[in-house]
Write a protein that binds this ligand. Structure first.
Ligand SMILES: CC(C)(COP(=O)(O)OP(=O)(O)OC[C@H]1O[C@@H](n2cnc3c(N)ncnc32)[C@H](O)[C@@H]1OP(=O)(O)O)[C@@H](O)C(=O)NCCC(=O)NCCS
Length: 444
């Protein structure tokens, strides 16, 4: 019985992942894997998941850090190096040891990505990796009288070279060492390398790993989405608290810079949590924090000030009989049930959620997309948003009564249901004359 349940769950999970698999195919993701991640028990799982993404046709670039490994190497040789503004001042001796640490990490990564043991997730993966000189560096030089020696910054990325490797289906593995035109080696910030690679490639995503599940609020709760300005506030607070060495801080800075330069979505996930990468990419709720570029369009709960805009949107459809008539008074009373899509101050979409808490069901009603803005996935986004709200309210299913958009809902996984399936309060209000179809979708 258990096995049947498990396999049913697997089939459901696999099917629900299909839209994400299609969406991610041929997309370019830059993964920023800090050296700390390599030291965890979960590291092999991360490698397995990277291999899986590669098999699903995602173009991946792996930028890795080496901080703890470098520190270990320096400690073992009794060599100390100072930090200034979270940058290691890299003298000759440090550089020799850093090269050793980077070499060891690169070899370890390549070895792991080359695995193909039978009965393991890597069986048949056959991944090609490429280590190359795509990062050109220059010295930081002397700042405030401090000579950073071999600590450097990114001068340019050989984007064409990277694209050739990606088009071959290979995973470029990039270390935080860059080479100058004069033939010298420079120690760089891995986050800066990842950011510049993502910007150069105009990657679809920059993904980083940290010790928490993502960015947490003051009460320790995961924040699932941040706009760059909100991310900046977290950076400012962390910097004030002297948390410069935090990987989260460094990644947030990287994500903000990437976002400003056209990489519209970055993700910060845990390197401890098994499957965090897959959960983030293949489930609706994700596992970590997304940093997304602000658009002037947003979905939000309607307020009394939106009634004019809402009426403009729904009245033509009421006149056509597509929607049931709602008076201004009714809208005023029910306004808190409405979610709207606002674009440049205009209401261009709406949907209402009426919860029936006893039955753990919610009615999705009055889903409208402005005729000028249709067929752009906005209604889909609204339904997803309403679903999220419904889950927050502890509901298990949403239903809709429709006369003209039956197929729209059917295509989105709503199934025919009966009037008797409706919550009793809603059953009583069912208008037999309208003869609407009842469609229902489980949301858990
Ligand atoms: C249903 C509705 C919200 C969809 O809005 P939208 O922004 O076009 O939706 P999306 O962009 O997410 O989806 C577009 C797809 O749905 C299809 N579609 C749009 N309206 C449809 C309908 N009534 N029936 C079936 N399919 C429909 C489009 O042809 C398009 O398909 P395509 O991608 O193959 O070209 C919009 O048509 C609408 O406002 N209808 C009037 C109000 C209504 O009937 N609401 C539902 C009852 S509450």
């Amino acid at each position: 019985m258990e096995v049947v349940q498990d396999s049913a769950q697997l089939v459901n999970w696999f099917r629900s992942s299909a839209p994400y698999i299609n969406a991610h195919r041929h997309k370019t993701f830059v993964l920023m894997l800090g050296g700390e991640a390599l030291e965890t028990d979960n590291f092999q799982h991360i490698i397995n998941d990277i291999a899986l993404l590669n098999s699903l046709g995602v173009k991946l670039v792996l930028v890795h850090g080496v901080r703890p490994q470098i520190q270990k190497q320096l400690d073992q040789h009794g060599h100390k190096s100072a930090f200034k503004n979270d940058i290691r001042i890299t003298d000759e001796k440090s550089l020799v040891l850093i090269k050793q640490a980077v070499g060891a990490v690169q070899i370890e990564l390549q070895a792991r990505l080359s695995m193909g043991l039978a009965n393991s997730p890597m069986q048949g993966a056959s991944i090609r990796t490429v280590v190359s000189n795509v990062v050109t560096a220059q010295p930081i030089g002397i700042k405030d009288g401090v000579d950073y020696c071999h600590a450097g910054k990114v001068r340019r990325i050989d984007v064409e070279g990277l694209k050739i490797h990606l088009d071959m289906g290979a995973i470029p593995v990039i270390s935080p060492l860059g080479y100058s035109v004069t033939g010298e080696v420079f120690n760089l910030l891995a986050e800066e390398v990842a950011t510049q690679v993502a910007i150069g490639l105009q990657a679809d995503k920059l993904i980083g790993f940290c010790s928490k599940t993502g960015v947490l609020d003051e009460s320790g709760k995961l924040i699932s989405e941040l706009l760059p300005e909100q991310a900046q506030q977290h950076v400012d607070v962390m910097a004030k608290r002297d948390q410069e060495a935090s990987g989260t801080l460094r990644f947030l800075r990287a994500a903000i810079a990437a976002c400003k330069a056209g990489v519209t979505r970055s993700h910060l996930i845990s390197y401890y949590q098994e499957g965090a990468l897959l959960k983030e990419l293949f489930t609706r709720d994700g596992s970590g924090t997304q940093i997304v570029k602000e658009s002037s369009e947003r979905i939000r709960t309607a307020t009394i000030d939106d009634i004019g805009g809402l009426l403009e949107l729904i009245e033509p459809l009421e006149k056509q009989g597509v929607l049931v008539k709602r008076s201004r008074e009714l809208l005023e009373n029910e306004i808190h049930h409405f979610q709207i899509v606002e674009l440049d101050g205009m209401v261009i979409g709406c949907a209402a959620l009426y919860p029936f808490k006893d039955e753990k069901m919610g009615e999705l009603a009055c889903l409208v997309s402005h005729p000028k803005y249709r067929s752009s996935g906005r209604a889909d986004n609204l339904v997803l948003h309403v679903e999220r709200k419904a889950r927050e309210l502890g509901l298990d299913a949403i239903f809709v009564l429709t006369t003209q958009s039956i197929h729209w809902f059917r295509e989105r996984g709503f199934n025919f249901a009966d009037i008797s399936d409706l919550p009793s309060a809603r059953k009583e209000l069912y208008n037999l004359k309208r003869n609407s179809k009842v469609l229902l979708r489980k949301i858990r």
